[in-house]
Design a protein around this ligand. Structure first.
Ligand code: BGC
Length: 337
């Protein structure tokens, strides 16, 4: 089912797409290919909306934070907005100090995408022109959100007419209790190390072992247990805002998030090599859906991705999309209780 969700400042009509398979229901917007709501069954016999979002298109346009959006062309930071590809240097828009974040001044999250309804989901597509935000090549990106039982499958695909970088992710803010903070959510991450960052959250190129640090989620641990431990890597960004080097390759489960109160669990599987654990440290106090109050530590993002600033680190796999090639990745969220 589709509904009108208002009009952007530029005069474009925004559509809300509702999908419901009886086990899971999803609301998506063609603006930013955004997940606006995701309702799952909780352990008390009710239904909980487990993502943050807004009631109006005006709020999506005006607010920062990328709530539920598809982030691209390249998610996360690129140092000084610079990279070299196929022997040429490129300069990207700088939108976070001297660095590039989440696609630039107007990333994929701020465009109205084309959409197509599928039997069990929706596919969003947009063409990012050559040179947009400094990236080479006209890139056609698509993401499908598919409901399969209690699993939401997010499939990404991109093609370009010139060599370019591509690193698409979904920036949903999860709160499996549907409100309150996430400090008592328990998290397991299948990762032995994370990418060390400098004061601007740019990777230094080193991987740090999680053993004996606040970053160790190899065994289930409450997110809040060490978040305020004063460990230096956490202090600079007010909590977790770090990329984990995930174990394994191919589509495999890498994270498990467990609600504090409502018994909901979310298992995340991905084909991607990294995951940014972001505890909404910079989410300034604001009003969300239905008058809900959002703020710091009010949600957790699990952003599957290639490592940040990969193009500038020899040891990190760079998400290069060659002209004529296909960039294809999948992340799945499986709910239970
Ligand atoms: C980044 C944060 C950033 C946030 C924006 C996250 O993916 O890691 O540093 O502030 O997105 O909402």
């Amino acid at each position: 089912m589709t509904k009108n969700f208002g009009t952007t400042r530029r005069g474009e009509t925004v559509t809300l797409i509702e999908l419901d398979n009886g086990a899971l229901s999803l609301e998506a917007l063609d603006y930013g290919a955004t997940i606006r709501a995701l309702r799952v069954k909780n352990a008390e016999g009710g239904v909980t909306d487990v993502v943050l979002g807004y009631d109006t298109i005006e709020e999506y346009e005006a607010n920062d934070g990328y709530l539920g959006a598809l982030v691209g062309r390249v998610a996360n930071r690129t140092a000084r907005g610079r990279f070299t590809l196929s022997g040429r240097e490129y300069t990207l828009a700088k939108n976070i100090g001297e660095n590039h974040l989440h696609g630039g001044m107007r990333g994929f999250d701020k465009y109205v995408w084309d959409y197509e309804l599928l039997p069990d989901g929706v596919r969003f597509t947009r063409v990012s022109p050559d040179g947009e935000e400094g990236y080479p090549g006209a890139l056609t990106a698509s993401v499908s959100y598919i409901l399969r039982g209690e699993t939401l499958v997010m499939s990404y695909e991109a093609r370009s007419d010139a060599d370019t970088l591509c690193n698409l992710t979904n920036h949903s803010y999860f709160n499996l209790d549907g409100g309150g903070d996430i400090l008592r959510h328990a998290l397991t991450l299948d990762a032995e190390s994370y990418t060390e960052t400098d004061a601007e959250s740019i990777p230094t190129g080193r991987l740090i072992s999680v053993g004996g640090t606040a970053f160790d989620f190899r065994r289930e641990k409450e997110i809040g247990r060490d978040i305020a431990s004063g460990e230096s890597a956490l202090v600079g960004c007010g909590g977790y805002d770090h990329n984990y080097a995930l174990n394994g390759a191919q589509l495999r489960p890498v994270a498990l998030l467990r609600a504090a109160r409502l018994g909901i669990t979310m298992e995340l599987a991905t084909t991607l090599p990294g995951l940014q654990l972001y505890t909404a440290n910079y989410l300034s106090a604001r009003r969300g859906k239905g008058g809900a109050q959002y703020g710091k530590w009010g949600a957790v993002c699990l952003e599957t991705q290639f490592f940040p600033d990969a193009a500038n680190h020899e040891d990190f796999e760079t998400p290069i999309l060659r002209a004529g090639g296909v960039w294809r990745h999948t992340t799945e969220l499986r709910f239970g209780r």
